[in-house]
Design a protein around this ligand. Structure first.
Ligand code: 1HN
Length: 370
């Protein structure tokens, strides 16, 4: 496929005085000539404004901790240091149409309940004692746990630990919602929900994986997972089990998707999430696909090559892969595994029939050395 625009079938009209005057007259009627923008608005292949970014946890953590004394959590709504892609400051996105940030809650802190059109998810980075109440269900979460706040569900959080702050990563589809002019927001009329007595009830009911509730989940017609929190221990154990039986994917290593246990589909309609294991010393091959991904290094150290640039990472670090960017990952520890948590907009890509994927054709499946 040619990527030059000077080919039959592509817009290639040069400017003349007559045409420029014509464009001006169209402009006066809030109209324009398609051929002046056609090649920009219909690129040969995706042209993301987002660039690959690596956020070092070691460098950000002191700044996140600093915010504890600077603002009260409830005054701020949520006390979050957001991670902003230099190419997407206009929409406060970390990559593509995905937002992410690091939220910190001091010991004993709690926040009021609200709900919004955007869907949210959390990945706990450090600290004991965090809880969140989602749609009246109290979830206790610790490091490595993954939890969801589907769109329009009431939610409020806190830290009942006594000595240390909790830091978790938030992921939301805010830029996507705003791109569609579909945002709504509500503060809970009573400021707090009345949680049911049983903590983690969705995990007790739906957390058995292949064993599904029989005869008592018939009412579940909601478009998101009835399981609201996925504990680290089980998820990591599942990865280790899978690694005993499979080589995994040449592009992703051993990767598992957090799924809706009733459908096998993504946890929410707009965002999916994965946990992937890179064995000691393992290096994946490069591929690219439509859809954006935000990673959090859950364990270990290594590097990724994204759009030809190398990023070295270790536990707690966050990095992103823009749509259609070549990417490959390597575990640089030859004695221990590395684990990457990630969330993505793949459900959007798939449901709109935008999904495309291809493997890197050259250099034995690797990008040219960065
Ligand atoms: C939100 O509701 C939370 O509930 C965190 O913890 C970050 C960013 C934008 C909009 C809503 C939360 C958010 C958010």
């Amino acid at each position: 496929m040619s990527h030059s625009d000077d080919v039959p079938g592509r817009a290639r009209v040069g400017d003349t005085d007559e045409l420029t005057a014509y464009y001006d007259r169209l402009g006066e009627h809030d109209a324009g000539a398609l051929w002046t923008v056609a090649n920009d608005i219909e690129p040969w292949y995706p042209q993301p404004k987002s660039v690959p970014v690596h956020w070092s946890y070691e460098r950000l953590r002191p700044l996140v901790l600093e915010s504890l004394d600077l603002v009260k959590a409830d005054d701020a709504g949520r006390r979050v240091v957001m991670l902003v892609n230099p190419g997407r400051k206009d929409v406060s996105a970390a990559v593509g149409m995905l937002y992410t940030g690091l939220q910190i809650m001091g010991p004993g802190e709690s926040m009021t309940a609200h709900r919004h059109q955007a869907a949210a998810l959390r990945f706990v980075v450090e600290g004991q004692g965090a809880w969140t109440v989602v749609d009246g269900q109290k979830l206790a979460v610790g490091p490595g746990d993954f939890a969801i706040t589907p769109n329009w569900t009431w939610h409020e959080h806190g830290n009942e630990g006594t000595d240390a702050p909790v830091i978790w990563q938030d992921g939301l589809d805010i830029p996507l919602v705003n791109a569609h002019d579909a945002g709504f927001y509500e503060v809970h009329p009573a400021l707090h929900q009345e949680p049911g007595k049983i903590v983690n009830s969705s995990l007790l009911t739906h957390g058995a994986g292949t064993l599904r509730p029989y005869g008592f989940d018939d009412g579940w017609t909601k478009p998101y997972s009835p399981l609201l929190a996925y504990p680290w221990e089980r998820s990591y154990a599942a990865l280790l089990d899978a690694a005993k039986a499979t080589e995994g994917s040449p592009y992703d290593g051993v990767m598992l998707e957090y799924s809706n246990p009733l459908t096998g589909g993504s946890v929410m309609p707009t965002m999916g999430a994965h946990l992937q294991l890179l064995r000691a010393g393992e290096a994946t091959r490069a591929h690219r696909h439509t859809g954006s991904v935000v990673y959090n290094v859950a364990k270990g150290r290594g590097h990724s090559v994204i759009a030809g640039r190398r990023f070295d990472w270790k536990q707690g670090d966050i990095f992103c892969v823009p749509s259609w960017a070549w990417h490959e990952h390597a575990n640089d520890d030859t004695g221990d595994d590395a684990v990457l948590f990630s969330f993505n907009d793949f459900p959007v890509m798939r449901s709109l029939a935008f999904w495309r994927e291809e493997s890197h054709p050259d250099n034995d499946g690797h990008q040219p050395a960065a």
